[in-house]
Design a protein around this ligand. Structure first.
Ligand code: ATP
Ligand code: MG
Length: 309
């Protein structure tokens, strides 16, 4: 793998506040290789609060432990919290890059957990309003950012334009639900919306907060069956995560549970999901990070992307 000058900002530990702050230190080079195919994967849901951000952060770390180079983007336009889950205080966001105030390397934070993140989503909502010139210069910077194996995008919930914009710009979609009937109904609504916009999208399910493997299977089977029957869509089951108080404990300590409680049942579930996601990396040809932002900012049209507005 080639290494080049693209350097993310390194998060360092602040002893006074016990929070990781995004301050410059000795940054390590970001790998960049024309040969790496970057897969972009959205983690989304119909209902809010089902565990998308928790799963995104922990799965990203699991993938990194499998020697994959991972970038996690916080795409929740409401409340950004990827950084909070990792105890990181970001200084800048994507909008600073679009405005030309910062380079991409200055907003990508290299964390102590083995993954890079783009924290805070304020900039993403403004991608809809950028000029053609700004878009071109932004996409040009994306061309230098080719070394990631996987880009995970943690979205907000629901089928609103902002979330759908992110979901439809990625190569693959992971839909998270809990066993609660309201969450399952909303997960179906999300699948329906994705299929309506792009029937070719690869959609896979994660059932979070289950009490047993059987409960997870029942939920996944039900969603797979109604998606097949009413939408003619093939939805795959990716796995489940047990309900566990250690997950909440790790959120309170702002340290992901795969790191804090690696021997917990929920961490094992996440690793299992990560292995499945990682194992088909060679099967899918992704459009890459540039493709993702290209779609998000209006594709080949000269107009800003309507879906985000
Ligand atoms: N496996 C689990 N076991 C126990 N509690 C969990 C588990 N997963 C998530 N939670 C709880 O659910 C809460 C919401 O999780 P999270 O913030 O990841 O959801 P989200 O889908 O990203 O929410 P939003 O839609 O607001 O972005 C967590 O703060 C935690 O308390
Ligand atoms: Mg979230």
């Amino acid at each position: 793998m080639n290494y080049q000058t693209f350097r993310p900002k390194k998060a360092s530990y602040d002893m006074d506040t016990s929070l990781l702050r995004a301050v410059p230190s000795t940054p390590k080079p970001l790998p960049s290789s024309e040969n790496v195919i970057t897969r972009t994967i959205a983690v989304t849901s119909g209902k809010g609060g089902v565990g998308k951000s928790t799963i995104s952060v922990n799965m990203a770390i699991s993938l990194a432990k499998m020697d994959m180079k991972v970038l996690l983007i916080d795409g929740d336009l409401g409340l950004a919290n990827i950084n909070v889950l990792m105890g990181i205080i970001p200084e800048y966001n994507i909008y600073d890059v679009i405005q030309g105030k910062k380079d991409l390397s200055e907003i990508i934070i290299s964390t102590n957990f083995g993954i890079d993140i783009i924290a805070g989503a304020n900039g993403i909502s403004q991608l809809a309003d950028i000029t053609r010139k700004q878009r071109q210069s932004f996409l040009k910077q994306m061309e230098d950012c080719t070394g990631y194996d996987v880009v995970l995008v943690d979205t907000g919930a629901g089928v609103g334009a902002n979330v759908m914009g992110l979901v439809l710009a990625t190569d693959e979609v992971l839909v998270v639900t809990t066993p609660e009937p309201t969450a399952v109904t909303d997960a179906y609504g999300m699948i329906k919306s994705i299929v309506a916009h792009n029937p070719q999208t690869s959609i896979r399910l994660i059932v979070n907060r289950v009490l047993s493997a059987l409960e997870a299977k029942r939920v996944a089977d039900r969603l797979k069956s109604i998606s097949s029957q009413f939408l003619n869509a093939s939805v795959e089951s990716l796995g489940f995560v047990f309900e566990e108080t250690l997950v909440q404990k790790s959120i309170r300590s702002q340290k992901p549970h795969v790191t804090l409680f690696p021997n917990s049942k929920s961490a094992a579930c996440i690793r299992h999901i990560g292995t499945k996601v990682g194992s088909n990396s060679k099967l899918i040809q992704g459009d890459g990070l540039r493709g993702f932002f290209h779609k998000l900012t209006g594709g080949n049209t000269d107009e800003p992307l309507g879906i985000l507005t």
